[in-house]
Each structure stands twice: as C-alpha cells, then as structure tokens.
Ligand binder design. Structure first.
Ligand code: DQA
Length: 147
C-alpha cells in the first residue's frame, strides 16, 4: 500500500509562476504543493515535497526514497537532459520514478528532446502544465503494486 510519495523538483522550478509563464503557466510551486498535499491527505499518504537547484540534493533524495521503497515524482528540470548522476541514483537505489514535465519537451528545442531520466523511469507524464504533477500522483494511486 502506498504510504508516502516524494515530489522532487530540480533547478529553476522555484521560479514557477513568474518564469516564462507562456511555457510553464502561472501556478507557483507552492500552489502545486498545496494541491498535491490535499490529494495525499485525502488518501492518507505522507507527501515529501522538495525543490533544489543543486544536482547532489536530488541524488540524495532519490537514493533515500529508493531505499525506503517509496515512489518519486521527479521534475528534474534541465538536469533531465544531462544528468547521468540522477539516472544512476534511480537505478542504483532501485527508485520507482515517474518523470514529469510541465511542458512538452518533445515539441521544444532539440536539446530538450533527450531525457536521461526516461530510460530508467517507471513512467513519464509531460505537457499538461501543472496538471502533469496531479496526473502523476493519480497514476501512482491507481497503479497496481509492483510484482
Ligand atoms: C521542464 C522542462 C525542462 O526542459 C526545463 O529545463 C525545466 C522545466 C518542464 O517541467 O517542462 O526546467 O522540466
């Protein structure tokens, strides 16, 4: 049974709300957190919602979640496209990760079309704005337990 979920946010996502609103929308990270907290509360799940501009913080948080056997909703921001360290952490700690993006990275610049996370992710949800996070949480809530 799902007891806790980690929502981990990478660089520049602290700027949501004012950062390129035409691409990322007007919702702040705090607004997203508040909505997910409500859903988690309704399901009796503990929400660990974090953001860092440091790659190493994300590595540590992924490792901890993986070791605890708790799933991760990960928006690694630009590190999604570059970070072998994050991919290694997911694999190494056997973390169950849903990769999320607000924007449809495949419809943007060429360098955003590559994800280092996708090959080691359990699933990927992108392009639905802030709702990508809600959809990822719904996916975890409705997913069958791992065999
Ligand atoms: C993003 C997409 C990335 O390419 C970008 O660097 C971000 C946000 C998204 O949620 O759409 O920081 O992950």
């Amino acid at each position: 049974m799902l007891k806790a979920v980690h929502v981990l946010n990478g660089p520049n996502l602290n700027l949501l709300g004012t950062r390129e609103p035409a691409v990322y929308g007007h919702e702040t990270l705090a607004m997203i957190e508040a909505r997910l907290a409500e859903t988690c509360k309704a399901h009796g799940i503990t929400l660990h919602f974090r953001q860092s501009n440091q790659e190493g913080d994300l590595v540590t948080w992924i490792q901890n979640a993986g070791r605890a056997g708790e799933p991760v909703i990960l928006n690694a921001g630009a590190y999604s496209h570059t970070s072998i360290a994050l991919a290694d952490a997911i694999k190494g700690a056997n973390a169950r990760v849903i990769e999320v993006h607000l924007s449809n990275i495949h419809a943007r610049e060429r360098f955003r079309r590559v994800s280092r996370i996708a090959p080691v992710a359990y699933g990927v949800i992108l392009g639905f704005g802030a709702a990508s996070y809600d959809l990822a949480l719904q996916a975890l809530l409705s997913a069958k337990p791992e065999s």
